[in-house]
Design a protein around this ligand. Structure first.
Ligand code: PLP
Length: 407
């Protein structure tokens, strides 16, 4: 049986063309791009070309691209690098649905005396821009709002947000790790000061990322060392991975149209068929405003982990919207922030497609899911209670009754 991989928001397959582009830099082209001799110097040219390709993907200037080790580092560098540039400002604004790479930085800052505002979302995962406007103050050092959510695919109105924030003279960062390569990003037009991206979400390998820093933006280096990356990040360049990210960016630009046509159509068909064939199923997140590859579907009165186990047995890879923390299954912070009822949040599954998926993959999932959901419901006491019209037992209700704070 072939593996059907629909977990591309977790990570993607490295494109074979990307692997091929990287290989020479492990063998014959091993020089240090900072060397004076041409053996190393020629490697520097490839780093420059990679920088140009990433800049082209988001319509930025190559000098505005800083290579990092991952999306998490990009987020950390953007936030900490900005706060250190404004030592007198002690207020940071983010949303409640950020990836832990931003969320936990916010919690870290709060524990160290910063005032941290977490903007809430509504039932469809949408922000209230009035709440953002009211939160801005003269003490605000930075606002960080993700472009698209990794769990639901919901896209925030990042241009409008950037305009509101910048009108107050406050720097604006966006975690676009899930957006780059799936929707067009244009730094010449969009009011964004800093943008994070990650290689392994766009068919480059794990362990390489980039941070876009608009010219003129104050930035204090996170990694202090040599003069690499214009003094913004010390450390000898990870040349093979940088070259890989460059190649992947070039391909992502070419595939952008396919993401928004063929991939989107597959996602829409998958979603429509599953909702038709399976009772008590619903989409999480604003259906009209999502990444083209993502759907988060809640199957009520069952546990996502049990569904994933049965999916695994028929070689379908996806993710659930709950995480096993200290032995109890907790719905994700994203679904909790949206106020998804606990009976639905527990049984949420995220399917995330890519250009590597085919209609046959979609057929396989459409065929396999209804009996899987039936099987887990047959042994679910919650489903039995629901069918009998009885109140749901305290066990499931208790799961999300108390709010967990992860530090
Ligand atoms: N931000 C978002 C929205 C993500 O989805 C991820 C990855 O899951 C990250 C940041 C972290 O990226 P990386 O795994 O490259 O550190």
């Amino acid at each position: 049986m072939k593996t059907v991989y629909m977990d591309n928001n977790a990570t993607t397959r490295t494109d074979p063309a990307v692997v091929e582009a990287m290989l020479p830099f492990f063998s014959e082209l091993y020089g240090n791009p900072s060397s004076m001799h041409s053996f190393g110097g020629q490697v520097g040219r490839h780093v420059r070309e990679a920088r140009e390709k990433i800049a082209a993907l988001i319509n930025a200037h190559p000098a505005e691209i800083l290579f990092t080790s991952c999306g998490t580092e990009s987020d950390n560098a953007a936030i900490m690098g900005t706060l250190r540039s404004y030592p007198d400002k002690k207020h940071f604004i983010m949303t409640r649905v950020e990836h832990p790479a931003v969320l936990n930085v916010g919690h870290y800052l709060r524990a160290r005396g910063y005032r941290v505002t977490e903007l809430g979302v509504d039932r469809k995962g949408r922000l209230d821009l009035g709440e953002l406007r009211d939160a801005l103050s003269d003490d605000t050092a930075l606002v960080s709002v993700m472009t698209a959510n990794n769990e639901t695919g919901v896209i925030f109105p990042i241009d409008e947000i950037g305009e509101i924030v910048k009108a107050r003279g406050i720097p604006f960062h966006t975690d676009a790790v899930q957006a780059v390569g799936k929707i067009p990003m244009d730094m010449a037009r969009q009011p964004i000061d800093m943008l994070s991206l990650s290689g392994h979400k766009l068919h480059a390998p794990k362990g390489v990322g980039a941070l876009y820093i608009r010219r003129g933006t104050k930035f204090t280096p996170f990694v202090i060392g040599g003069h690499q990356e214009s003094g913004k990040r010390g450390g000898t360049e990870n040349v093979p991975y940088i070259v890989g990210l460059g190649k992947a960016s070039e391909l992502a630009g070419e595939h952008l149209k396919e993401e928004n046509t063929r991939v989107k159509k597959m996602r829409d068909r998958l979603e429509k068929e599953l909702l038709e064939r399976i009772p008590n199923a619903m989409i999480n997140g604003d259906p009209g405003n999502r990444l083209p590859n993502t759907t988060s579907i809640s199957f009520e009165y069952v546990e996502g982990e049990s569904i994933l186990l049965l999916m695994n047995a028929v070689q379908i890879c996806a993710s659930s919207g709950s995480a096993c923390t200290s032995g109890s299954l907790e719905p994700s912070h994203v679904l909790r922030a949206m106020g998804v009822p606990f009976t639905a949040a527990h049984g949420s599954i995220r399917f995330s497609l890519s250009v590597y998926n085919s209609e046959e993959d979609v057929d396989h999932v459409i065929e396999q899911m209804p009996p899987i959901i039936q099987k887990v419901r047959d042994i679910s006491p919650f489903w039995k209670d629901f069918q009998a019209g009885k109140p749901i037992s305290a066990l499931m209700a208790g799961g999300s009754g108390h709010d967990h704070h992860h530090h």
